[in-house]
Design a protein around this ligand. Structure first.
Ligand code: ZN
Length: 246
């Protein structure tokens, strides 16, 4: 695993290929994005490097315990990053009505919604199909069609299917990815797709697929079973703000 210390904090640095989307003058601001996923109530043990945007891709609790969620919300609010985004994982699937009360209003809890930060569009999709159950019905096939074409950074809890080894579970060697999500990602082609859900430490942190410039990143922090307490370091990558954004 390629880990490097940034400001004294160990993290996994991913080099994201920058496509021509209006990014890229020399004067453009570099936007540092830090991502966590699947912290499963170990958040107090995780040091997070500085950055402009902090993202959590879900599963911040164990089995959806409300006191884990409130503890995480306090921890997340206390981080110094000026912009913060959360999506819910399958451990928090029942939280949708509670969640706005748990997180303070400056945190973007994205539930099939976008937020634009420095001209970069972040889209957070809620957890939809557990594993691949129901993915082949016609309604399920369209369940990710709401991901807009202007998405730069896609945030989901579950990985898409067929993305190198990133969707292959440590538990049984089978995919925990979603095939319908992958079909939509191949249409939208975001710059980056961050997710978690797969605690498999035998796979790399990031990958690409043929015919698509998207960088796919598994940001899961907990390795293997939740109970063993083995943790990976946060993910960090840099993007350029759109050149027309101050
Ligand atoms: Zn998890």
């Amino acid at each position: 695993m390629n880990e490097t210390s940034v400001d004294g904090v160990l993290c996994r640095i991913i080099d994201v290929k920058k496509k021509d989307r209006g990014y890229g003058t020399n004067q453009s601001k570099i936007v540092r994005v830090v991502v966590l996923s699947d912290t499963h109530n170990y958040h107090d043990k995780i040091k997070v490097p500085d950055g402009d945007v902090l993202i959590h891709c879900g599963d911040f609790t164990k089995y959806g315990a409300v006191h884990h969620a409130t503890s995480f919300a306090r921890y997340f609010s206390a981080q110094m990053h000026p912009h913060k985004i959360v999506v819910l994982g399958n451990h928090e699937w029942w939280f949708s009505s509670l969640i706005k009360r748990i997180f303070s209003p400056e945190i973007h809890v994205l539930y099939d919604q976008s937020v634009e930060i420095f001209g970069i569009t972040f889209y957070g999709s809620r957890f939809k199909s557990r594993y691949n159950i129901g993915c082949y019905t016609s309604s399920a096939k369209q369940e990710f069609n709401d991901i807009p074409h202007n998405t730069d950074v896609l945030i989901t809890h579950q990985p898409p299917d067929n993305v190198g080894g990133l969707n292959v579970s440590l538990h049984n060697g089978k995919s925990v990815g979603n095939i319908n999500m992958m079909e939509r990602v191949l249409q939208v082609k975001p710059l980056v797709h961050v997710f978690g859900h797969n605690h498999n430490f035998n796979t790399p942190s990031f990958d690409q697929v043929e015919g698509c410039d998207t960088t796919f990143i598994n940001c899961a922090i907990v390795v293997g079973k939740m109970s063993n307490g083995i943790l990976r370091s946060p993910i960090l990558f840099d993007l350029l703000a759109r050149s027309d954004v101050a």
